[in-house]
Design a protein around this ligand. Structure first.
Ligand code: NDP
Ligand code: 8X3
Length: 248
């Protein structure tokens, strides 16, 4: 059984994926910025683990970390390309350009860099699975979603195009598109405003990070002839609203 490489493993969905794959005895490469979190997680999991402390926006550091994976972790079989964030919910006229840059640099640019580093090995071995973390926000627009939603639309289209490039190989690509999952996502989005973050989930049962990890694992454990192209899921507490109408 090959290695599972998880970006954004220090919290939320990435951490839950680490737990889910550890249950299967898989060796893990865990990437994030908060080393102490990942060290504590690695201690808890009874599987071989290699930690990569890197800010994904540092292209040179990311490339070096990927090129210098210890031999036992170098053959990545599953990439859970999960690290990402939303920052703010301001409308496009007033949103922070720095926030927009950070979301694009992380959710788009870093995500494609990770793929570019890991993919050649998968193709050479003619096996592997890339699970990119999209979002319902990549399909359904909402006020204040602007650049976050657009980054996730990119991730979806990139995932489908990747599979097109991989025709004739056994390398699989899945774009996973969750709705609301209760993690640190809203704390990050609202920049540490705990009350505002908590209000997002108040009075409803959101998806859990473990739910998403279960689905990631499910997609990767299907027979190798099966490629889940896109998979969208939501809590039953979340559904669709209508269009905004500007009545005069
Ligand atoms: P969390 O905030 O709990 O986790 C985000 C993870 O991404 C952390 O481990 C963080 O690690 C990592 N990360 C962020 N920026 C960087 C960076 N520059 N370099 C390295 N690592 C980084 O949120 P979630 O678990 O909810 O989010 C995971 C993914 O799921 C994201 O892509 C998000 O867009 C997506 N998603 C989330 C949904 C939700 O409702 N929660 C719904 C749909 C999709 P650290 O800070 O240690 O670097
Ligand atoms: C996160 C889901 O609806 O908060 O990707 O944008 S949402």
């Amino acid at each position: 059984m090959g290695v599972v490489f998880i970006t954004g493993a220090s919290s939320g969905i990435g951490e839950a994926c680490a737990r889910a794959f550890a249950e299967r005895g898989r060796s893990l490469v865990l990437l994030g910025r908060r080393t102490e979190r990942m060290e504590a997680l690695a201690k808890e999991l009874a599987v071989p683990t290699h930690l990569v402390t890197v800010d994904l926006r540092d292209h040179a550091a990311l490339a070096s970390a990927c090129e210098t994976l210890p031999q036992a972790f170098a053959e990545v079989d599953v990439l859970v390309n999960n690290a990402g964030l939303a920052l703010g919910m301001e409308k496009a006229t007033s949103a922070s350009l720095d926030d927009w840059d950070t979301m694009i640099d992380t959710n788009v640019t870093a995500l494609v860099h990770v793929v570019r580093h890991v993919l050649p090995g998968m193709v050479a071995r003619n096996r592997g699975h890339i699970v990119n973390m999209g979002s319902v926000a990549g399909t359904y627009p909402y006020p204040g979603g602007n650049v976050y939603g657009a980054t996730k639309a990119f991730v979806e289209q990139f995932s489908l195009n990747l599979r097109a490039d991989l025709a004739g190989t056994r390398v699989r690509v899945t774009n996973l598109e969750p709705g609301m999952v209760e993690t640190e996502f809203s704390q990050v989005r609202f920049k540490g405003d705990a009350e505002k973050a908590a209000s997002v989930y108040r009075g409803l049962e959101a998806l859990t990070a473990a739910d998403i990890a279960e689905v990631v694992r499910f997609c990767t454990e299907l027979p190798e002839r099966v490629n889940v192209n896109r998979l969208e899921l939501m809590s039953v507490a979340q559904s669709f609203a209508g269009f905004t109408l500007d009545r005069k």
